[in-house]
Design a protein around this ligand. Structure first.
Ligand code: PMP
Length: 323
């Protein structure tokens, strides 16, 4: 679907997957006006297909667009575009367990020019790819590297938007994580380098027995849809749930005195991943016994059961597409 200044959204098309041809002076290549989303379509027990919370992705896409001075796509147009593609690619929706069809809606500037200003033409696209179960052979805890040198996002920046620049800025820190033998980077706040923000592509949760805490939306972390869903699911399951500030010292201390029983990360791709160990320039430690925790696995199953239609959907999150 195209957007042109003065004309708005127009020319919705369903076309075969193919390369795009871009002018060398395409404004996106230079000034990075680009935003995206990620969501999944799951096969349901009755053979139909449903997407998980597409309106939440559509709303976040609008928020990202506002921050990047891009036009806002109506929620219903975003959902209709996803529905159209899933129906077309129905045969690509995997049938086994946790597998899904991953959808990647995105928008970028198509105007040609070398002046720094919001573009006057954009293209919104949705592409899809089958995604297998994230963990083959059982859920495996990840090891994380606390990034003290680099920050992902600062107050007033683009951290709460899903825009390519945030990910470009994260690559050197992710490379450092790998160099230190870790799977993922954990970001701290930009000012004090003290408060836990999020992981490279997932939000974090800290479990203290029956109490579950996730870092509050500081404005510089991505408001994850999985994070938001778990606030409700954990409450439904009887946990005491809170959003708050958690420092690196809180994490270390909770681990030492045994009050912190589990830590996990959550996002569309992996749903829920236990965090098994932490490394930083100051200290390394294992989270509890380093194994997937009971609360982590219970929440993981509860969310996946809703997504795959094995359990009731009390919050009306599933968006059915028909058989
Ligand atoms: N944080 C970042 C930086 C991400 O890229 C993602 C993945 N979209 C998340 C958190 C988790 O968000 P969601 O649950 O909406 O996938």
């Amino acid at each position: 679907i195209r957007w042109t200044e003065g004309r708005g959204w127009h020319d919705a098309q369903l076309v075969p997957y193919a390369p795009l041809s871009l002018d060398p002076a395409n404004m996106t290549l230079h000034y990075a006006q680009t935003i995206f989303e990620g969501l999944k379509a799951y096969l349901q027990p009755d053979g139909s297909v449903a997407t998980f919370r597409p309106e939440a992705n559509a709303e976040r896409f609008r928020t990202s667009a506002r921050r990047l001075a891009m036009p806002e796509l109506p929620v219903e147009t975003f959902i209709a575009a996803c529905d159209t593609l899933v129906k077309q690619d129905r045969a690509w929706v995997p049938s086994e367990g946790e597998a899904s069809l991953y959808l990647r809606p995105f928008m970028f500037a198509t105007e040609v020019g070398l002046g720094v200003r919001p573009a006057n033409e954009y293209l919104f696209l949705v592409i899809a790819s089958p995604a297998g179960a994230y963990f083959s052979g059982g859920v495996k805890p990840v090891s994380v590297w606390l990034s003290e040198e680099y920050v992902r996002a600062a107050p007033g920046g683009t951290g709460a938007a899903k825009t390519g620049g945030n990910y470009a800025a994260s690559l050197v820190a992710q490379a450092q994580a790998i160099e230190h033998g870790c799977d993922q980077v954990v970001w701290l706040d930009a000012i004090e380098r003290r408060w836990i923000e999020e992981m490279g592509g997932m939000n974090l949760y800290f479990v203290y027995g029956n109490r579950i805490v996730t870092p509050e939306l500081s404005g510089s972390l991505l408001p994850g849809i999985t994070r938001d869903s778990l606030l409700s699911i954990a409450t439904d399951l009887g946990y005491e749930v809170a959003e708050g500030r958690i420092s690196v010292d809180d994490w270390k201390r909770g681990n030492e005195d045994g009050s912190l029983t589990e830590v996990f990360a959550c996002g569309t791709a992996a749903v829920i991943t236990p965090v098994g160990s932490v490394k930083s320039t100051r200290a390394d430690w294992t989270v509890a016994d380093g194994e997937p925790g009971e609360v982590t696995m219970r929440l993981r199953t509860a969310l996946l059961d809703i997504q795959t239609g094995r359990a009731a959907d009390p919050h009306g999150w599933m968006h059915p597409l028909g058989a």
